[in-house]
Design a binder for this molecule. Structure first.
Ligand SMILES: Cc1cc2nc3c(=O)[nH]c(=O)nc-3n(C[C@H](O)[C@H](O)[C@H](O)COP(=O)(O)OP(=O)(O)OC[C@H]3O[C@@H](n4cnc5c(N)ncnc54)[C@H](O)[C@@H]3O)c2cc1C
Length: 421
């Protein structure tokens, strides 16, 4: 059986490993359009490669995917983060888990991950052709003499544009094809897959920060709130976790999470909208009101500016008092019910105008790609072209930051490589 893998990234290499494991006699070839293999792995995680996440349960792991969560939850039963950790450790790449759950090689160098993947493919005698860009795939019938199976069968002919000293075109036939071409920010990059009959979810960016050029909060750049929530009013889109105020707007895990879950919504509004910040990640208005009332009861003589609820950063607290039009030098006992209401409101639904986005360079991914409706999500085989499989970011699957995007690539590649019918 001749198997072509199109794309020499994380999913491509892992798919090659899986094909060899499940089909020891297969002839496996990886085709990569550029001259560089695994280039995203190299730069990932700031050159350290956040290879997966230490999530304790499959449920928790699958919740990190704004798109593909339900399908991945089933696929993780077969191959998950524990399997990936064992895979690298067994191949001499010890891993370490950070406090936030992100997993990196102990070497803190993505090259360790690349070396393990390349060594595995070398051991598995996988052919690797760089400078081969797949342009189209056509079904053709192989005659009994051509077919390795000794009977007439359908094969897939792939045409390539070859780059090199003299660019040229070539074509080769395969029994099975695994497409691992990664995310494509432009719809044109997915046209050849649409031409084969696959539905395409229009690509839009995910994982970005918010620009707030008209908001004075940018003066607080550098301030970090450890547990905040940011949401889009009148929707159920939200992100929680640390929030960082930058000189252009807001960033940090809470914002990145919202940008991922709201990727399509935000794109539809051209990144012009209002967001609401809950500075203490407590949405129950009454609870927050009671919390502030307790300060009045226990510290009535204290100055409001000096007694910060939830240990909010000093600069932020003073800014919020100003925004709520509450006199900072007043005593808590003089705040009054109206003042308590104003403070509760500013802590729980503090609205800001977003005008544009800034891509978070560390971990940019694309939302969109080959629709999961066009793929059998148990085998990852195309529903419209049997014998063609998909894995990695080319699928309409993407995760938040924290090693989840690579995990999706490892899992889908492992399962696609089984070449199950
Ligand atoms: C800067 C950066 C840092 C990141 N850091 C992390 C991280 O730390 N942790 C994490 O989980 N995720 C991270 N990500 C996301 C992660 O890199 C991707 O989700 C992951 O690489 C997807 O793997 P893939 O194999 O599907 O696609 P890719 O890695 O994009 O590989 C696809 C390959 O296919 C090739 N190709 C495309 N079209 C063709 C064609 N027609 N013919 C032949 N070859 C083709 C491409 O050149 C490419 O080499 C990061 C992303 C970026 C951009």
């Amino acid at each position: 059986m001749r198997v072509a893998i199109i794309g020499g990234g994380a999913a491509g290499f892992f798919a090659a490993y899986s094909v060899r494991k499940h089909h020891p006699d297969a002839e496996i070839s990886i085709f990569e359009k550029t001259k560089k293999l695994l280039s995203k792995v190299k730069v990932s995680g700031g050159g350290r490669c956040n290879v997966t996440n230490g999530c304790a349960s499959i449920k928790q792991l699958s919740l990190a995917y704004p798109r593909g969560s339900k399908s991945l939850r089933k696929l993780f039963q077969q191959y998950n983060n524990r399997d990936v950790m064992s895979w690298f450790t067994e191949r001499g790449v010890p891993l370490v888990e950070q406090e936030d759950g992100c997993i990196f090689p102990v070497s803190q160098n993505s090259q360790s991950i690349i070396d393990a993947l390349v060594a595995e493919c070398r051991r598995g005698k996988v052919n690797i052709a760089v400078g081969h860009m797949a342009q189209s795939i056509f079904a053709e019938t192989a005659s009994a003499s051509e077919s390795k199976l000794g009977q007439a069968s359908r094969v897939w002919r792939i045409t390539f544009r070859n780059s090199g000293s003299q660019s040229s075109a070539s074509s080769q036939s395969f029994d099975k094809v695994i497409i691992t071409t990664g995310g494509s920010p432009k719809p044109s990059g997915l046209e050849w897959l649409a031409n084969m009959g696959h539905r395409i979810e229009q690509p839009v960016p995910s994982l970005f920060t918010f620009n707030m050029p008209t908001e004075s909060i940018t003066e607080l750049m550098g301030v970090v709130v450890e547990q905040a929530q940011i949401s889009i009013p009148s929707t159920n889109l939200k992100g929680d976790g640390p929030l960082l105020i930058t000189h252009w707007g807001m960033s940090g895990p809470a914002v990145l999470k919202l940008s991922a879950f709201g990727a399509r919504y935000l794109s539809g509004r051209d990144y012009q909208l209002k967001v609401a910040v809950n500075w203490i990640n407590e949405t129950n208005f009454d609870k927050v009101f009671d919390l502030l009332s307790e300060i009045v009861t226990h510290s009535p003589q204290k100055i409001i500016a000096n007694q910060r609820p939830h240990g909010l950063p000093d600069r932020l607290w003073k800014y919020l008092l100003q925004r709520a039009e509450v006199e900072a030098n007043k005593k808590w006992q003089d705040l009054g019910k109206k003042g308590l209401h104003k403070l509760t409101r500013i802590l729980t639904v503090d609205e800001y105008q977003v005008s544009g986005k800034t891509t978070f360079k560390e971990e940019f991914v694309t939302c969109g790609g080959v629709s999961l409706d066009s793929v059998n999500m148990q085998t990852l085989q195309s529903k419209v072209c049997s014998g063609i499989y998909f894995a990695g970011e080319v699928l309409d699957i993407d995760g938040i930051t924290g090693g989840y995007n690579f995990q999706a690539a490892w899992t889908t590649a492992y399962i696609a490589g089984q070449l199950a019918e």
